[in-house]
Design a protein around this ligand. Structure first.
Ligand SMILES: *Cc1c(COP(=O)(O)O)cnc(C)c1O
Length: 401
């Protein structure tokens, strides 16, 4: 018996499900890249990305994935020999740190492990030490996609300020942008990094670096910047091609324009609220499964959990078995356990991740939870019963008149 032959659900934390409207917007012949609609669309996208990031600053758009934007953010703010403090709450800040290291930046990791958010008190104490004086930038993720921990960005900014430190504050919002609240200017982030294939519901291939005033100043002080990644011409293009240092990502731009239309039609606050409710429904289900088993959310404190992805510990090899069952038998693809192989955490096989970012609604999340529940039953894996009901209660309560 196999029940996977309908429309599949991709519940991995990026790429996320692409709306039909976005796909249809991309289903066009190659446009004129010298004049006409594409030019207008490109500038409207820059303006709307800044609106979504809540910044008066600039955005540079790159043809590349999140790693490209990681690199772009670094080459425009730091020079070889500069020092950066990287706040790690999982796997992704370490990836960013690795790129910084390869660019010659002297990196120090402030490691909070893989099961909680960063502690602003620890950050403040580190920045108060005399040897912190030379640190030029503090890097962190808003949401770490491996652990599903979400950092309190305003609290980390406040810690930098409380220490009287003038480091630039660079935030990786790749997993959270368009899913979780973010207010770049009000929160005092100097740089925000994002990409299009998660909350922005567009096929992977475009990424973004937002820069505020202090970051723009930092760029001016650099002797040499990689010409392709240099954000200066992208921020103030004299000719259209400078927006992308060459041919624009034509079809991505049409797709992204539509995705942004969908976000603003729904309302940004409403998009955030939808993610919050759907995440709560996932957590309610995991709580029920955990009642008679070792299943648990990787992040114990709900206040520190992402509203875009949930990492679940299932124990032994149960994560891998459940993922295989859901995909092969039922048409649901879950995320693999990623990079949490330290002694204190189960190996990847014991984990699975539920991506709940972007284009999803009540039936997509109830379908995901119900399918996982069926998988636990079919595989004979211990779990508390009634998870789907708990999730439906969360949704009913949120929508109660
Ligand atoms: C997905 C992700 C990345 C990497 O993005 P790619 O497009 O795969 O290069 C970086 N940081 C975070 C937080 C992510 O979720």
């Amino acid at each position: 018996m196999n029940l996977s032959h309908g429309r599949p659900i991709l519940a991995i934390p990026g790429p996320s499900m692409i709306p039909d409207r976005v796909l249809q917007a991309m289903h066009i012949p190659s446009p004129n890249i010298y004049e006409g609609e594409l030019i207008d669309i490109t500038y409207s996208i820059s303006a709307d990305l800044c609106r979504l990031a809540r910044t008066e600053g600039r955005v540079g758009m790159y043809i590349g994935n999140g790693h490209a934007a990681w690199e772009a953010s670094l080459v425009n703010t730091l020079a070889p020999g500069d020092r950066a403090l990287v706040i790690s709450t999982g796997r992704f800040a370490l990836g960013w740190a690795e790129i910084a290291r390869k660019l010659g930046v002297e990196v120090e990791i402030l490691d909070f492990g893989t099961d909680r958010a960063a502690d602003p008190v620890v950050l403040e104490a580190r920045l108060r030490r005399a040897d912190a004086a030379g640190i030029k930038a503090v890097l962190t993720t808003q949401t770490d996609t491996a652990s599903s921990a979400t950092n309190d960005i305003p609290a980390l900014r406040a810690a930098i300020d409380a220490a009287g430190h003038d480091a630039l504050f660079l935030v990786d919002g790749i997993a959270s942008f368009g899913c979780e609240p973010f207010e770049m200017d009000a929160w005092g982030a100097d740089v925000l990094v994002a990409s299009c294939q998660k909350g922005l519901m567009t096929p992977a291939g475009m990424s973004f670096v937002f820069a505020g005033t202090r970051a723009l100043e930092a760029r001016k002080g650099l002797e040499r910047v990689s010409p392709y990644f240099d954000w200066a011409p992208r921020f103030a293009p004299e000719l259209f091609y400078q927006n992308f240092s060459g041919t624009p990502p034509t079809h991505h731009l049409f797709g992204l324009r539509t995705a942004l239309d969908m976000i603003f039609e729904e309302g940004v606050e409403q998009v955030w609220a939808r993610h919050a409710v759907l995440a709560s429904a996932v957590w309610a289900a995991v709580d029920v499964w955990s009642e008679t088993s070792q299943i648990a959310c990787n992040i114990a404190d709900p206040a520190q959990r992402s509203r875009a992805v949930t990492t679940v510990r299932a124990g032994q090899d149960h994560g891998a078995r459940l993922r295989a069952w859901c995909e092969q038998k039922a048409g649901l693809t879950l995320g693999i356990g990623l990079g949490l192989d330290g002694a204190a955490t189960p190996p990847g096989e014991g984990l699975f991740r539920i991506g709940h970012m972007g284009h999803l609604n009540a039936p997509s999340i109830l379908g995901t939870i119900g399918t996982i529940d069926a998988g636990l039953k079919a595989l004979g894996l211990a779990h508390g019963g009634g998870a789907l009901r708990a999730a439906s209660d969360v949704i009913a309560e949120a929508l109660a008149a």
